[in-house]
Write a protein that binds this ligand. Structure first.
Ligand code: GLA
Length: 386
């Protein structure tokens, strides 16, 4: 594990750096609906991207990743870089420039504890962290919502992943001990206290990452756009797919089988989100768990964004009578969010690790976490100029 002092020593900073930390996110319910105007219930957790940043006297940009042991020096940031991690930073720079904000020379070192490609949004965490850091060091006073929107645009346009707003928004606005209920059609939100009684959440990283994740994700988004066009033939005033009534008979909509499955997931998730909020409010984690399993089945069978390893894992958990589990994030690998009785973790993790290993020869990672605050600055106390 890398420490803040490793981060501060990783570049010969010309000036005292400032330090920002930007969290990872989970999502309790509302999956693959944030680009359709849906409700989502994510939260930020205590796995972080750490960013040390300092002005540099020349007009150039020096980036260092502690995790990848790579340094990249650029005099121009308009082009995609061969180092993928750099593009999340450049994308944000480009969005600031589009707003007429000049980016001065900078030294930026990055480290962190978020596993990459695990569906915990390490990319959005970096983008939001950079946007927030720039706003602070350039004294721009951007709102957290503006920073989230800039970070989303960086991902959509520079990186090319047509993600929704959920990840960037919660990373910018997350709050300790609360989930954030976000209406992605208006960006109105409220904090929801997470009281799970005698249960707890934890994460299992399947360690599976499918290369085509971004393109498969973009395909799903396109399919939903096609479905909306078709449905509008019957309901011309429909503003987005999520506004369709959950009682709508999908056979009346002239959709192909594939599009019907996609829409069925979206409407099912709408109903499950209502239910999940009700069960959270009324302190019924057992019922919430059922909703999580249903959401997973829908993501796997109707939206088709799971994979055999994740499905195997969720089935194992179900067979062990764990209260609830489902894939989270974009899918095609990554983490499973588990809702389990407090005290079960050791037994379940041992059991699941062994079965998964003998099936796939892959060693699972487990993450226990706390719900933590969104992006923020922390004080630098350990820096010694070299
Ligand atoms: C990824 C995207 C989000 C969201 C989720 C699925 O994490 O970045 O915008 O669409 O997938 O809910």
């Amino acid at each position: 594990m890398f420490s803040i002092s490793d981060l501060l020593k990783s570049l010969p900073f010309h000036n005292k750096p400032r330090l920002f930390i930007s969290p990872a996110r989970i999502n309790i319910i509302g999956e693959h609906v944030d680009y359709l105007g849906g409700l989502v219930l994510p939260a930020t957790i205590d796995l972080h991207t750490q960013i040390a940043i300092s002005p540099f006297p020349e007009k150039k940009w020096i980036f260092h990743s502690v995790q990848f042991h790579e340094t990249v020096e650029l005099k121009n940031f308009s082009y995609q870089n061969e180092h993928k991690w750099v593009n999340y930073i450049l994308g944000v720079f480009v969005e600031f420039e589009k707003k007429g904000i000049e980016i001065p020379g900078l030294q930026i070192a990055i480290s962190g504890t978020i596993p990459h490609g695990a569906g915990l949004s390490s990319s959005a965490s970096l983008e939001v962290g950079i946007g927030f850091a720039l706003s602070e060091i350039l004294r721009l006073g951007l709102s957290r919502k503006e920073i989230a929107l800039i970070a989303q645009k960086a991902e959509n346009e520079f990186v090319g992943m047509k993600c929704g707003i959920m990840d960037q928004f919660v990373i910018a606005n997350g709050q300790k001990n609360s989930a954030l209920l976000l209406d992605t059609s208006t960006l109105n939100f409220e904090y929801k206290n997470i009281n799970l009684g005698n249960c707890e959440f934890y994460l299992i990283d399947s360690k599976v990452k499918h290369e085509l994740e971004a393109s498969d994700y973009n395909v799903r988004r396109k399919e939903c756009e096609e479905a909306l066009i078709k449905i509008k033939e019957k309901f011309p005033d429909l503003v987005n797919l999520y506004s369709l009534s959950i009682d709508q008979n999908l056979d009346e909509l002239n959709l192909s089988n594939k599009l019907k499955k996609r829409v069925k997931h979206v409407l099912g998730e709408k109903k499950r989100t209502e239910d999940a909020i009700y069960y959270l409010n009324s302190g019924r984690p057992d019922q919430l768990g059922k909703v999580l399993y249903e959401s997973h089945a829908s993501l796997s069978n109707l939206y088709e964004v799971s994979c055999q390893e994740i499905d195997f894992l969720v089935d194992l958990l179900h067979n062990e009578d764990v209260i609830g589990a489902r894939m989270i994030g974009g899918g095609f690998g990554g983490c499973v969010l588990v809702l389990d009785k407090i005290g079960n973790f050791e037994r379940i993790s041992n059991r699941v690790w062994k079965d998964y290993y003998s099936q796939f020869n892959i060693q699972l990672e487990f993450y226990r976490f706390q719900i933590d605050d969104g992006v923020r600055e922390i004080e630098v106390t350990e820096w010694i100029q070299t």
